[in-house]
Design a binder for this molecule. Structure first.
Ligand code: ARG
Length: 570
């Protein structure tokens, strides 16, 4: 099969379909990757045929196995109970996988499933004039990874940051500024200072309720575009963005659009009109709402009793704008689980408005981040500042490196990539709906399930390649078929399917788990198969080096999909 790419899984499925005279799709769904290598590369449970053939599964497996006796690409088809286990031709499989990686380089694993389709990924979406908190970091980690995952599969992607930059709270902030604003302090440390006066507003308003009225007035002025109020708001927004962008730069994250809630403030009347024309708006205690009782969820408030619009309305306007602007295939919102009801409501309203594409909108939720014993939220006093967390991770990594390799040259740079990687990894390690308990020990455990562990495996591989002085010898893949080597090759080959799984479920952790296993298998191989030792024959050496090189390439690509960088030495 030289020159042409051979997909063993597809080949085997086709062949089963042909032999068993069954629909390909049915086989595709039934085949499994065996839990252990000794059970082969792919397994077909013959139970699915029992009814049709009126035969016991073990018998079916046995009969089918005989028909694979003379296959060029499949070395063996073995009936074990009701399963038919396939063993690929190891040498040929190894050659095809490694050659493909080495030929394609960083393009290995890319697919064209998404060609012509646009996926919007909205993530991060912090609130201006407030600290970027740990939940926003969770969203940032997931969204940043999902966007890369979709792009890898050929989708056109758009990265959206739906900034929280509108709403009655800005009336309060402006009111607070007018009373207690200190320009010098704001310039120096904008977010902390703005937060401080905002908190002060709440304290004072408890004793002086008339402040609330004043704040409402300011928000009204803002909505009407009164120049001085608008200029203040614009300044707070600009200052906040400078701070946020500093964090994004540290994380290697970027956006195509920062159109936040304010951007949609003039696009809401249309939404209100549409909903009214369709007879969906009902009055409830002076507010205009869309009833959703048929779904057993509370009504969605569209206009408040004072006529002011709200969060939900801005989101509906944003969805409509996005559909018109990008004609999306999928519109993904990476936002915490506490907002699940909000998204259910707005999607339901959109559906009722007759927008079928509401079904292409998805809320991708995630759990809470717990610092051993407290829940984090900006509303409580115990804010953990994100930048501090990132810097602490970098500093802790630097301490570890300084202790282990005092003579390393670019320590700071390496510590930055590992420290940031460790945090991103921690967020992408488990299914996103699970709560996370933040632990420096496990995040920075160089031998555990951590970014440093995977990054270290990569650096180890790169170091072998450097020490080998280049790989120019003849390669003979029939020499590298030990179980350790073969397990590694199989895992390399599974890259694309891990990425597809991740996109299907919007779960970057599939890629995380994939790359962690890849690193683990790489280390096993490394420990059991000498490469540069004198007694190793030249063809074995070059073949193993090719495997090292392919492993590094895929570790790097897979980490890249998580937003994690690699380092050459550590
Ligand atoms: N700014 C909001 C918050 O911090 C998140 C925005 C979520 N996105 C949306 N389209 N509603 O809670």
């Amino acid at each position: 099969m030289k020159g042409e790419l051979m997909n063993y899984r597809e080949y085997t499925i086709d062949k089963i379909a042909e032999t068993a005279e069954l629909e390909r799709e049915q086989i595709e769904k039934a085949v499994e990757i065996p839990p252990e290598q000794r059970l082969g590369d792919l397994a077909f449970p013959c139970f699915v045929l029992a009814k049709k053939l009126r035969m016991a599964p073990p018998m079916i497996a046995k009969n089918l196995a005989e028909k694979f006796a003379e296959d060029k690409h499949i070395a063996k088809a073995e009936a074990v109970g009701g399963y038919l286990n396939f063993f690929y031709n190891r040498t040929e499989f190894t050659e095809s996988v490694i050659n493909e990686v080495l030929e394609k380089g960083e393009d290995y694993g890319k697919a064209s499933i998404g060609t012509g389709k646009t996926v919007l990924v909205e993530y991060s979406s912090p609130n201006i004039a407030k600290p970027f908190h740990i939940g926003h970091l969770f969203s940032t980690a997931i969204g940043n990874s999902l966007e890369r995952i979709y792009r890898q599969l050929g989708y056109k992607t758009v990265k959206l940051n739906h900034l929280g930059d509108w709403g009655t709270q800005f009336g309060k902030l402006i009111c607070a500024y007018k009373r207690w604003g200190d320009d010098a302090a704001i310039e120096k440390d904008p977010i902390n200072e703005l937060l401080k006066i905002y908190v002060k507003f709440h304290d004072e308003a408890e004793r002086h309720p008339e402040l609330e009225e004043e704040a409402r007035e300011y928000f009204k002025m803002l909505e009407e575009g009164e120049p001085e109020t608008t200029a203040l708001w614009q300044r707070f927004r600009d200052l906040s963005l400078v701070e946020f962008k500093r964090v994004y730069d540290m994380l290697g994250v970027s956006f195509d659009s920062y159109a936040g809630e304010s951007f949609y403030s003039d696009k809401m009347p249309e939404v209100v009109d549409i909903l009214r024309d369709k007879g969906l708006l009902k009055e409830s205690n002076g507010a205009q709402v869309v009833d959703l009782s048929e779904l057993n969820i509370p009504p969605c408030i569209i206009l408040k009793s004072d006529g002011a619009t709200i969060y939900a309305t801005r989101d509906i306007a944003a969805a409509l704008y996005r559909k018109r602007t990008y004609d999306f295939y999928k519109n993904i919102y990476v936002v915490g689980i506490p907002q699940a009801l909000h998204f259910k409501q707005i999607f339901a309203v959109m559906k009722k408005a007759g927008w079928d594409w509401a079904d292409d909108c998805a809320h991708v939720g995630f759990g809470l981040v717990k610092f051993p014993d407290k829940k984090l939220s900006t509303r409580h006093g115990d804010v953990v500042f994100l930048e501090d967390v990132l810097n602490e991770s970098i500093q802790k990594t630097l301490d570890i490196i300084t202790e282990n390799s005092p003579e390393m040259e670019n320590k700071e740079e390496v510590a930055k990539k590992i420290g940031i990687g460790a945090i991103l990894y921690a967020f992408l390690k488990n299914s996103r709906e699970k709560d996370i308990v933040f632990s420096w020990d496990s995040m920075l455990d160089f031998e555990g399930e951590s970014a440093p562990y995977v990054q270290y495996s990569y650096a180890r591989g790169r170091s072998i390649l450097r020490r080998s002085g280049g790989n120019s010898g003849a390669i003979d893949y029939s020499l590298i078929t030990s179980d350790e080597e073969y397990a590694l090759v199989s895992q390399i080959n599974a890259f694309q399917s891990a990425v597809i799984d991740a996109a299907e479920k919007n779960e970057p952790f599939y890629v995380n788990r994939y790359v962690t296993n890849l690193a683990r298998l790489f280390n096993k191989f490394y420990n059991s198969c000498p490469i540069l030792k004198d007694e190793i024959a030249p063809e074995v050496r070059s073949s193993r080096l090719a495997l090292v090189s392919a492993s590094c390439e895929v570790i790097k690509s897979a980490l890249g999909l998580l937003g994690i960088e690699t380092v050459e030495c550590m």
